[in-house]
Design a protein around this ligand. Structure first.
Ligand code: ADP
Ligand code: MG
Length: 323
C-alpha cells in the first residue's frame, strides 16, 4: 500500500536541510518548547528530530502521510491569515516517499503512543507502543530510491552547512524554544529557550559578536519591530548576518534588507555589512506568505510604509549609540 508518492517530493525535499526544516517547523507548530536535532553524515544517513510538543493522535498518524492531510487550515479564512509555519500538508508524504521513516508520537501524557514505519512511501509497520508526549521522527537513507537525486548531493560538509543555516534561522525566530543540533554525535548548537534573543545570537555568532548588539524597538499602528543590530564598528564581509523574521517566520525580502542598510548609510565602510536580527510583527493580512512553495519569500501589502518604518527605527537605535 503506497500512501505517499515521489511526484511532488522533489519540490519540497531538495536536500537533507529541507527535511530538517520541514520536521522542525512541524515541531514548532506543535507548540514544542524543546526541539533536539541529530544528524549523521550531513543528514544523508540519518536525520532525527525529537520534540515535546502536542504530539499526533494515534488514529491520525497514518493520515498525516497522505497528501494535503494538513490539520492546520480549518476554514477558508485561515488561508489568508496563516499563523502556522506549515499549511500545505505536503512535507510528510514527500519525505516518506524518498526515505525510510520511523515516527513515534503520543498526544497524551498517559504513556500511550504509536509507532509507524514507512519505506519509500510503503507502510511497513504500525503498532501501539509506550511513548512520552511529543514526537520523535527519524529519517534514514534519504533519496535511497531516487539515485538521480542522490547524485546531486554535495559533500557532507556542504549539506551540514545548509542544515546548520536552517536551524540557525529557526532558533533566531524562536528564542523561546530550546534547540540542540548534533552532527555525528557532536553538539554544534545549543540554545537555552528562555526568550533571550542575545543568547541565541551568542550561540550562533559568538559572544564577542553578541556584545556589540544594540536593541531595536518600535511600534506604530501596523507594525511592531524588535531585535538587535550590531554597532557600526562591528562589520561583516557579507549580508548573511542579516535575519528578518515576520510573525515568527524567517523570511528573505530585498526591500527590508535595503531599508536596514539605508539606516547605516555613511556609517559602514564600503562592502561591509552589519549583523542584525529584526523581529517584525504585523496582522497576517498585511503579509502574503503564499508566493513561493519554500515559503521564504513574502510580499507586503504596504511595503513603502514598512520599509520607511524599519529604516527610521534602526536609525534611531544607531543614533543613540553615536550620541
Ligand atoms: P503541514 O505542516 O503543512 O500541515 P505536514 O505534512 O508537514 O503538513 O504534516 C502533516 C500533519 O502531521 C500536520 O498537519 C500535523 O497535524 C502532523 N504533524 C507532523 N509533525 C508533527 C509534530 N512534530 N507534532 C505534532 N503533529 C505533527
Ligand atoms: Mg509541515
Amino acid at each position: 500500500e503506497h500512501i505517499a508518492n515521489q511526484i511532488a517530493a522533489g519540490e519540497v525535499v531538495e536536500r537533507p536541510a529541507s527535511v530538517v526544516k520541514e520536521l522542525v517547523e512541524n515541531s514548532i507548530d506543535a507548540g514544542s518548547t524543546r526541539i533536539d536535532v541529530s544528524v549523521y553524515e550531513g543528514g544523508l544517513q540519518t536525520i532525527r528530530v525529537t520534540d515535546n510538543g502536542g504530539g499526533i493522535d494515534p488514529d491520525d498518524m497514518e493520515t498525516a502521510f497522505y497528501r494535503h492531510a494538513t490539520s492546520k487550515i480549518e476554514n477558508g479564512r485561515d488561508l489568508f491569515e496563516i499563523t502556522s509555519l506549515g499549511f500545505r500538508g505536503e512535507a510528510l508524504p514527500s519525505i516518506a516517499a524518498v526515505s525510510k521513516v520511523r515516527l513515534v508520537s503520543s498526544n497524551k501524557d498517559d504513556g500511550r503512543g504509536r509507532e509507524i514505519v514507512i519505506e519509500g512511501g510503503k507502510l511497513i509497520r504500525h503498532e501501539d507502543i509506550t511513548a512520552s508526549q511529543g514526537t520523535d521522527f527519524t529519517v534514514e537513507e534519504l533519496f535511497y530510491n531516487t539515485p538521480a537525486r542522490l547524485k546531486y548531493m554535495k559533500t557532507i560538509q556542504t549539506e551540514l552547512g545548509h542544515i546548520s543555516d536552517a536551524i540557525y534561522r529557526m532558533a533566531l525566530s524562536h528564542p523561546d524554544i530550546a534547540f540542540t543540533l548534533r552532527h555525528n554525535g557532536n553538539m554544534l548548537l545549543q540554545t537555552i529557550g528562555n526568550g533571550d534573543l542575545v543568547q541565541v545570537i551568542a550561540a550562533i555568532y559568538g559572544t564577542s559578536a553578541a556584545k556589540t548588539m544594540l536593541p531595536v524597538n518600535g511600534e506604530n499602528l501596523d507594525y511592531k519591530i524588535s531585535g538587535f543590530v550590531s554597532r557600526p564598528d562591528f562589520t561583516r564581509a557579507n549580508r548573511n548576518g542579516i535575519s528578518t523574521i515576520i510573525n515568527g517566520r524567517y523570511i528573505r525580502n530585498y526591500g527590508l534588507n535595503q531599508a536596514l542598510l539605508k539606516a547605516y548609510h555613511t556609517l559602514l565602510p564600503i562592502n561591509r555589512f552589519p549583523l542584525a536580527v529584526l523581529q517584525l510583527e504585523m496582522h497576517p493580512s498585511l503579509v502574503d506568505v503564499n508566493v513561493h512553495p519554500a515559503k521564504l519569500e513574502v510580499r507586503f501589502s504596504k511595503e513603502a510604509e514598512l520599509y520607511a518604518f524599519v529604516e527610521e527605527i534602526v536609525h534611531a537605535a544607531l543614533r543613540q549609540e553615536v550620541l
